[in-house]
Design a protein around this ligand. Structure first.
Ligand SMILES: Cc1cc2nc3c(=O)[nH]c(=O)nc-3n(C[C@H](O)[C@H](O)[C@H](O)COP(=O)(O)OP(=O)(O)OC[C@H]3O[C@@H](n4cnc5c(N)ncnc54)[C@H](O)[C@@H]3O)c2cc1C
Length: 416
């Protein structure tokens, strides 16, 4: 066992539920501080939804639960993940197919010029779009109205309407306007999907990276092991990154999630020439096709494996992907949050434990902060809170639901 932290009066026994990024980082930090950490996961592998594995037939590294690109402006987080893995340069350049034509995303000057058959310079395009925008909508209430006000009907119907409907299972006319806060266009040729300073792909995949994070003498990983609520008494503290409603046996009903189905197919060669091709038309039942070998351009693979991705409501036995956070869910979420606060010695973390869409860098940041808070709380004799990042803030309950919507926006933006 490694040396004890000067902050810890005694070695504690900690349970971490979930071997995803949240659980792994918390486990590592507490193990390095001298505590004994047991990590439990129901799955057969570590890394949670970031899990990557080699496709048996083609040898391609596959993002099993959907494409994951690491991007951050947080220097400490970037340094942290680079401690456990070499990150290869990677820029996410997404394309979309609309009525049989391929366009560049996010909608940029190239997209606009191609779509309208023009050769605009930036200011000309800006003026052209301003003319298309529906200025009769002064107080947009829905996603649809907001989009029409920003970009006009043609771009909205081609690029936003069908895709949003497939992704969220409802008409954009039923989604709140707050989801689309900013003009979703670029008036230059920048097609880098993310703006972040640091972007990359782990050389040997996310699962290898998370395995290395968990590789510490004070950490014991128990796969295929469901952690049940009755067990928290065996530990000094529990960090729970499983579903918040699941922890309480869904006693107030199930929180709404979207789930994804993937249809795998192989191809001899290069199927689509890029990692992610969206399909914006509602007549195409899937939202996108991911060709995984393009995530590892430094590997030379002739064979290829692709996933068609379908989005639908999450059923009882499905993997929860995107928290929906419908306005109607606020009260139910608040009841779970209040219930969680009554638990002693349990802290709810991560995307499922706090029912929020979190990018990986935010997940790592929150996990680092959580572990540090735990160590300082222990040193100061304070109680560790149930949430460092509450799913609902006190003033959100139950009528001020609007504040929750930006969180859902993250999920939506991540999928647009
Ligand atoms: C389709 C999709 C694409 C994404 N793409 C990106 C991207 O490109 N870039 C980016 O930064 N982020 C992306 N993300 C977000 C990323 O997946 C999350 O940031 C990350 O998975 C959060 O990690 P976590 O540990 O909180 O949760 P998870 O990865 O979900 O880990 C939770 C773990 O807990 C386990 N568990 C649950 N209940 C129990 C129990 N009772 N007992 C034992 N184990 C349990 C689960 O099996 C799971 O392994 C994407 C998310 C989705 C859905």
């Amino acid at each position: 066992m490694s040396g004890k932290s000067r902050f810890t009066p005694r070695v504690e026994r900690i349970a971490v539920v979930g071997a995803g990024l949240s659980g792994a980082v918390i486990a590592r930090e507490l193990a390095e501080a001298g505590h004994e950490v047991d990590v439990f996961d129901i799955r057969t592998h570590v890394a949670g939804n970031c899990h990557t594995e080699r496709d048996r037939e083609t040898g391609v590294m596959v993002h099993v639960y959907g494409p994951h690109i690491f991007h951050t402006d947080d220097r400490e987080v970037w340094d942290y993940v680079n401690r456990f893995q070499t990150f290869m340069p990677y820029r996410n350049r997404v394309k979309t197919t609309v009525k049989g034509e391929v366009y560049s995303l996010p909608i940029n000057l190239h997209t606009i010029n191609q779509f309208f058959g023009k050769a605009f310079r930036p200011e000309e395009a800006r003026a052209f779009i301003a003319d298309l925008a529906d200025r009769s909508i002064s107080n947009p209430q829905t996603f649809e109205e907001q989009a029409l006000r920003f970009v006009g009907r043609e771009l909205y119907e081609a690029f936003l309407k069908g895709y949003t409907q497939k992704q969220w299972g409802c008409s954009p006319a039923q989604l709140p306007s707050s989801i689309l806060k900013r003009l979703p266009l670029r008036f230059n040729y920048d097609d880098n999907y993310f703006f972040h300073k640091h972007q990359g792909m782990p050389q040997h995949g996310y699962t290898d990276m998370v395995s290395r994070i968990l590789d510490h003498a004070n950490v014991a990983v128990h796969l295929e092991t469901r952690f049940l609520r009755g067990r928290q008494g065996d530990f000094d503290h529990v960090f729970y990154s499983g579903p918040l409603d699941g922890y309480f046996d869904y006693e107030f009903g199930r929180l709404g999630y979207r789930t994804l189905d993937f249809e795998r197919f192989t191809y001899d060669g290069d199927y689509q020439g890029c990692a992610v091709m969206n399909y914006a038309d509602v007549s195409v039942p899937y939202t996108r096709v991911t060709e995984h070998k393009h995530f590892s351009p430094w590997e030379d693979r002739t064979g290829s494996v692709c996933y068609r991705e379908f989005s639908r409501a999450c059923g009882v036995d499905d993997v929860p992907y995107y928290p929906i956070r419908l306005v109607e869910d606020t009260e139910q979420l608040a009841r779970y949050a209040a219930r969680a606060v009554e638990e002693h010695s349990v802290t709810f973390v991560g995307r499922l434990g706090t029912y929020r869409y979190l990018d990986m860098d935010v997940t790592v940041r929150e996990a680092l902060d959580t572990a540090r808070r735990y160590l300082s709380a222990r040193a100061g004799g304070e109680r560790m809170p149930a949430f460092l990042h509450p799913p609902v803030r006190p003033h959100d309950v139950p009528s001020e639901q609007v504040d929750l919507l930006p969180l859902r926006t993250e999920g939506l933006r991540a999928s647009l």
